[in-house]
Design a protein around this ligand. Sequence first.
Ligand SMILES: *Cc1c(COP(=O)(O)O)cnc(C)c1O
Length: 429
Amino acid sequence: MGVSLRDTRSEELYSRAVQYLPGGVNSPVRAMGSIGRDPIFIERGAGAEITDVDGNTYVDYVCSWGPLILGHANPAVVAAIDEVAADGTTFGAPTALEVDLAEEVSRRVPAIEMLRMTSSGTEAAMSAIRLARAATGRTTLLKFAGAYHGHLDGLLAQAGSGMATQSLPTSPGVPEAATAATVVVPWNDPDAVREAVAANELAAILVEPYPANMGLVPPREGFLELLRELADESGALLVFDEVISGFRVAPGGVQELAGVIPDLTVVGKILGGGLPAAAYGGSRELMELVAPAGDVYQAGTLSGNPLAAAAGLAPRRQHDEAAYARLASTTETLADGLREAAASADVPVEVVEVTGLVTVFFSDRPVTDYAGAQACDTERHGAWCRELLARGVYPPPSQFEAWFPSIVHDSGQLDLTIEAAGAAFAEVA
Ligand SMILES: *Cc1c(COP(=O)(O)O)cnc(C)c1O
């Protein structure tokens, strides 16, 4: 019955990798520990497919965790990178490309009049927080349990024993002082947010407006509007972390989709078209507090890098109305197919979707917060993922992530995926 994956060369590489890289990887989720196997080493990608070092080809639903909305080795992106690289890769001085990209982002994202680029989402989130603190003259932050804003010390926090009190570090090496100014409340819980806003002088309410780092858990009706109201009433800034959702769920991200406009927005992933780039932005008034226009210090050797700006412009040029419509229908086909495949095999799952994002929760009840996500059957999810890999489908190897369909996944690849998912569900039923 079962099929197994040929992975001799991946295993060889892994045994070398663990000698030099902690856990054999440069970012933990790649180790595939949470689905109970060793990492798969990738050799190349084309469109929606990747091929590993053992010659296995997969339909890829990680797509580098979001940046590759146009798929792998998109010809326009590759050509843009080649052309720019031939004239030099970095100058530490301004170039036209970063102005073009900034203009394009500001045109698309409602709340961004002006922005500052960085090399990673973590850096952009960290800098947005510094700006929010400077603008408000306050220190305390509110974040939601299960949301991810990068690995900065202050946000590697979990709720302490009492609600609306100071939080505890989630990682060794993070001082308690670093998380003391972070309040963590459950997602989708209006009362908890109201209480925390009343009990603290907040500099910022930080939110992944469509959280996708605990699996995809959309906001309940009116929740984002409530956050906007509470921020206005209390004088806190509302910060949307749209590192995943930006340029994905709609051209202008969740803020466009939901019509709730934040004060500051953090973008990344798709922004750099597969090269390192992220940014934070907002009104001219707020952003001109940043140096050298203002005195909030923030800098970066490779920020606004010409290769990343060129790669980032290509998706914006190709990712038009028609492309979003196509992504919406691809997402729907995928989600419906996965739902039906699970039902046929009698495996209880909750399939959640928004344009460009899908999560299959191994849960028999709707997941509305992090506690719900944590209650999923992660063992069975892991076994299902291993079965998918053996059948040519590369899912995100964790229950707490989303699938990233792209605009280049075609109907043949979707059929293959849904058929593989059905067989995999049958194996774990
Ligand atoms: C990936 C991610 C980040 C961090 O971005 P990096 O480029 O990995 O530092 C921040 N916020 C969200 C919502 C993300 O998904």
